[in-house]
Ligand binder design. Structure first.
Ligand code: SF4
Length: 159
């Protein structure tokens, strides 16, 4: 994707994100715990790697085993993180896609990358003064573009 095309895509997505701000709020019950899997973060007793399930995440319920103790244990990243609705939109998109996914690459890999892209897009839209940088090589960005656009569309819909 050229710089011009990237700007055009970003502009179109920003216009789509001019939706009711109430829709840009997390709905953890509708999410596959993407914020507990995708990001890297550090806590006093744990360095969570990128794209790996947090050790405190219950794999059956997708609930946090230390939810009420996070502040006391120094899990500040979790306490402060707000996905702005990216989590439930991307979870919903990939649940819909999972049954007939025929991509050459892992659907999980795509899911995490789209989550990061969507989160970055929304954050930059809501807080233009603190632009986050998303590093994606041109080939990846081109592959992810349709998924990102579909996830943005889902954000504007009622679940
Ligand atoms: S500590 Fe809990 S809320 Fe934080 S990432 Fe892990 S499972 Fe999620």
């Amino acid at each position: 994707m050229t710089d011009g095309e990237t700007d055009q895509t970003a502009g179109r997505l920003n216009r789509q994100l001019d939706i009711d701000k109430e829709k840009l709020k997390p709905d953890c019950a509708a999410c596959d715990a993407l914020c507990c899997i995708t990001p890297r973060f550090e806590a006093p007793d744990y360095q969570k790697p990128l794209g790996v399930r947090c050790r405190n995440l219950d794999s059956q319920t997708l609930g946090c085993r230390i939810y009420q103790k996070r502040e006391a244990l120094g899990y500040i990243f979790c306490l402060k993180f707000d996905c702005f609705g990216a989590g439930q939109a991307v979870s919903r998109l990939f649940r819909d896609l999972a049954s007939d996914w025929q991509g050459e690459e892992s659907i999980e890999r795509f899911k995490f990358d789209v989550f990061v892209l969507l989160y970055t897009q929304i954050s930059n839209h809501l807080f233009p003064g603190r632009q986050l940088e998303m590093e994606a090589d041109p080939e990846s960005a081109e592959k992810l573009k349709p998924f990102l656009e579909a996830a943005v569309n889902l954000l504007g819909q009622d679940s």
